[in-house]
Design a protein around this ligand. Structure first.
Ligand code: WT7
Length: 636
């Protein structure tokens, strides 16, 4: 059978052409769709690589996400349905959400938070997490959410980078009935991060936890007598809405700074195009708010549109394997957004769990975080969408702020291809280039770049303009470097081929190899460490660690456990390696760079193969010899 050909529709091509060639007019029209206190003077002030979108404009994210709906029928609709593993529920209408956010905003003001402050949030998936984000930005402060799976050391590092004075946390998080001692982790972190003077403690459970007098304040006490209305603080379009830390290629995570105006405009538009979201949507994104997906897809974009969001606290397969499908049926979810990792886990358990539920409310299905293999795509399409719902495979990054390459059924559905993120969204000038920055012909693998600024783009790396410039704008002149490999096919569709740098995607979570390596060499017994990703049928990638021990230490299982533990306490349990090998040396180039390709070939039990792209500057002979030598050493 001849393969079916798919081409982008004429309408998409025209639309996109206009969006790119008249980009400022295009984005100006999009910006008019969200509420502003004062219109901008300039659509884009661009001093490469620094963009100021909608310069001169004033707005407030909390106003746009809540107050703006109060004069319409949306006032009394549900904004948030929350549910936990056990099936306990809470719901908040837009009016109630407004009340909660205002009370907490007033409380934050009372404890001294002012415009320009940074507030750190270390919370489980509870409604108060959303209240905290919106209350913070309501008064002109900036939030930094730290994923509650990070350890106290990782939390302390992030606090120290921001110098935050206020932190919001909970006593415990609950997952698989296990209580995760968040407050205890915070107490330990604060020993290393003395800038925090006030801790707001949300009681998720009845269990007692340590309370430091003078420092720790109970959320319930603070909001009890708080004001029920706080005027939203109009902030400049370029005022930082949030900072979110993400892994880079060094041991130190980067604080990605997002603006208020550009970020909100971009997310407002793209959620319409991609998910066709409206105030009638029941929108469920299964990510944790601790990652960028949660920021854009759980909080800001759906609430800007006045949609109903679902927040689920717990594991996807607990206590039963149909927990998710049960929730879709119960609330009549119309848009469902998840990761390939989760889908691959469900595939292993068969379809019976799904067939128990009526999923006919679903309209659009989304995927994000890693490439979705065509088989998984087909399964998602068939068993979850019942062959009725388009699948939007959305490619984006913490840095891009919003979706960049994706089908856009809300605009016009171009023919889908399982496994391809399809085409750039309007206004996104994406391309695939070679090492010299020249566009490659179709069918050739290259680097994915973006050739024009877009409103959702990061404003920079917090307190580190040099790192921002070097990481994203130095590899190719005048282009944003994504550090992803991609390929365009004959019809111009994009296929994402994984990271081109030393960042791993483990179950969709982004982890830098350098972060893990530095956690390992921080132990007293490791002299050197190298981490590579190994392909995994469920998690996409798992972590494999090679360690050279210091002279006085002999390899044994206790040491292995010790090293794994130390990664868990320095970064978090999700960064623990699956395999650990003690080695005597690592394959290196003459200049001392680890040849990861060799390690990768070895963990996959594959020949070293094509060594024509010499990313690490080693010669072909050098690589081949090292490969053989290293393989022999591991076997011996
Ligand atoms: C990296 C960014 C942005 C949402 C969550 C991840 C990979 C993301 C896709 C996709 C193939 C994808 C890329 C990217 N990625 N979406 N649809 N297809 N790969 O954000 O943690 O900043 O990770 O995730 O490698 O660079 P993040």
């Amino acid at each position: 059978m001849e393969a079916k050909k798919y081409y982008p529709t004429k309408r998409y091509i025209e639309f996109q052409k206009n969006a790119i060639s008249n980009s400022e007019i295009f984005w100006e029209k999009e910006a008019e769709k969200i509420p502003w206190y004062k219109r901008w003077d300039k659509v884009l002030a661009w001093e490469e690589p620094f963009a100021k979108w909608f310069e001169g404009g004033l707005l407030n994210a909390s106003y746009g996400c809540i107050d703006a709906h109060l004069n319409s029928w949306r006032k009394n609709k549900v904004a948030i349905y929350w549910e936990d593993e056990q099936g306990n529920t809470k719901s908040f209408s837009y009016v109630q959400l407004h009340r909660e956010v205002n009370k907490f905003a007033s409380a934050l003001k009372k404890i001294g938070v002012v415009k320009g402050d940074i507030v750190v949030l270390y919370l489980p998936m509870i409604p108060e997490l959303v209240f905290s984000m919106l209350a913070t930005v309501r008064i002109g402060a900036t939030h930094t959410v730290v994923f509650s799976g990070f350890s106290s050391q990782a939390l302390a590092d992030r606090i120290n980078d921001t110098g935050a004075k206020v932190l919001i946390t909970a006593d415990f998080g609950i997952r698989r009935e296990k209580y995760v001692p968040l407050k205890e982790i915070v107490d330990n972190a604060l020993k290393l991060a003395p800038s925090v003077k006030k801790v707001v403690l949300i009681k998720r459970t009845e269990k007692e936890v340590n309370k430091e007098s003078g420092r720790d304040l109970l959320y319930s006490e603070l909001v009890k007598d708080a004001e029920t209305y706080v005027e939203p603080e109009p902030v400049e379009s370029t005022h930082p809405l949030y900072i979110l830390y993400t892994s880079g290629t060094t041991g130190k995570p980067k604080g990605i700074v997002h603006s208020t105006g550009g970020y909100l405009v971009y997310n407002h538009s793209t959620y319409k195009w991609v998910f066709d979201i409206s105030d009638e949507s029941v929108y469920w994104c299964t990510a944790d708010v601790g990652w960028v997906t949660g920021h854009s897809a759980i909080v800001y974009a759906p609430l800007l549109h006045g949609a109903t969001i679902i927040i689920y606290e717990g594991a996807p397969d607990y206590p039963y394997l149909d927990r998710w499908w049960e929730i879709i049926e119960k609330y009549g979810v119309t848009i469902f957004y998840t990761s390939p990792t989760a889908l691959r886990m469900f595939i292993r358990h068969g379809e019976d769990w799904i067939k128990k539920h009526d999923l006919r409310s679903l309209k659009i299905l989304g995927s994000v975080g890693e490439p979705i293999n065509p088989e998984v795509w087909e399964w998602y399409y068939k068993y979850i969408g019942n062959e009725r719902c388009p699948i939007v495979d959305t490619w984006w990054q913490t840095e891009t702020g919003g979706m960049m390459i994706s089908p856009s059924p809300g605009l016009e559905l171009v023919p889908l291809k399982p496994g391809s993120a399809t085409l750039p969204l309007p206004g996104i000038d994406a391309d695939v280039v070679d090492d010299s920055g020249n566009s490659v012909s179709h069918g050739t693998k290259g680097y994915l770049v973006i050739k024009k600024p877009w409103p959702g783009m990061l404003m920079g790396v917090y307190k580190d303009p040099v790192r921002y410039k070097e990481t994203y704008w130095s590899k190719f002149k005048g282009m944003y470097y994504t550090a992803d490999y991609a390929m365009k096919d004959e019809e111009g569709y994009f296929w994402m081929l994984g990271r081109a740098d030393e960042i791993l995607k483990v179950a969709g979570h982004r982890i830098g190899t350098a972060e893990i390596e530095s956690a390992v060499v921080a132990t007293p017994f490791a002299a050197e460490a190298a981490v590579v990703g190994k392909a995994d049928a469920v998690k996409g990638e798992v972590i494999v660690l090679f360690v050279i021990l210091k002279e006085d230490y002999k390899p044994d299982d206790d040491l292995k456990k010790n090293i794994i533990n130390s990664i868990r306490t320095q970064i978090g349990p999700f960064a623990a390696p699956q395999e650990v090998y003690f080695v005597e040396k690592l394959p290196k180039t003459r200049s001392g760079k680890i040849m990861r390709r060799i390690l990768k070939a070895i963990v996959h039990d594959k020949p070293i193969g094509d060594v024509t792209t010499l990313e690490d500057g080693a010669s072909v002979d050098e690589i081949k010899t090292s490969y053989e030598e290293f393989k022999r050493m591991l076997k011996g």
